[in-house]
Design a protein around this ligand. Sequence first.
Ligand SMILES: NC(=O)c1ccc[n+]([C@@H]2O[C@H](COP(=O)([O-])OP(=O)(O)OC[C@H]3O[C@@H](n4cnc5c(N)ncnc54)[C@H](O)[C@@H]3O)[C@@H](O)[C@H]2O)c1
Length: 243
Amino acid sequence: MIKVIVNGAKGRMGREAVKMIQHDTNFTLVGECVLKDDLAQVIKSTNADVVVDLTVASAGFENAKIILNAGACPVIGTSGFQLQQVKDLQQLAKSRQLGGLIAPNFSIGAVLMMKFAAQAAKYLPDAEIIEAHSPQKEESPSGTALRTAELISSARNKSTMAYSDKELLNGARGAELHHVKLHSIRLPGIVAQQTVFFGGLSETLKIEHNTLHRESFMLGICLACKEVVKRNTLVYGLEELIN
Ligand SMILES: NC(=O)c1ccc[n+]([C@@H]2O[C@H](COP(=O)([O-])OP(=O)(O)OC[C@H]3O[C@@H](n4cnc5c(N)ncnc54)[C@H](O)[C@@H]3O)[C@@H](O)[C@H]2O)c1
């Protein structure tokens, strides 16, 4: 039995994760932590194997450090990680010989969207990303959009086209990472959507993923909780576990 704590257990994702952990016979739910709880203390007192963190971008990095330092494997769904923070956590996990995962997106369809986008970028290097989430999302752009831009940038083997930087209104062309423009929509009614838009010579290609309900993330969280306990490194992206 894998002993699991859900941190952020009363949030929208946290509540779904609690249900999934309770229903899977491979897991025992040993803690449902909220903001006021002492996470390190709960990990130690329950001897938890895994902590699933689904909190807020401003807390994710500190929580991941607390989890590793307390001797548990982190499965981090909280968004907003910078690459340097991922590297720091990989170092910490290595020194502690613990497995872990930071996943910008737990949905299988979104992981495939990122893979297909990376494949397309080899042939069509000019790409822009449009993502949409609920207004409650703390940060923009989404972690998935940032990860997609990183994957597109690593996969490209042709240079991107030049374009004018002139904006009549600040922000009209969106943000930019590795020569990929990123545009964020925040509207009620949306769970998560992303379109990766490629342009080539007289042709365009759109790769789109839609999340209809948060239950779509649970398969990925379930897989991650089972995998991280078998490993001694921390990986970035669910695709690293699926491969
Ligand atoms: N990786 C993925 O596939 C995926 C999918 C959806 C959402 N997310 C991310 O997961 C996180 C949670 O999303 P949500 O929609 O459930 O948000 P939410 O606002 O509904 O829930 C967050 C919960 O965390 C609690 N919280 C805040 N700081 C905390 C802390 N330091 N310790 C413990 N609890 C704390 C809040 O009180 C709240 O109950 C966000 O960062 C979101 O972007 C990731």
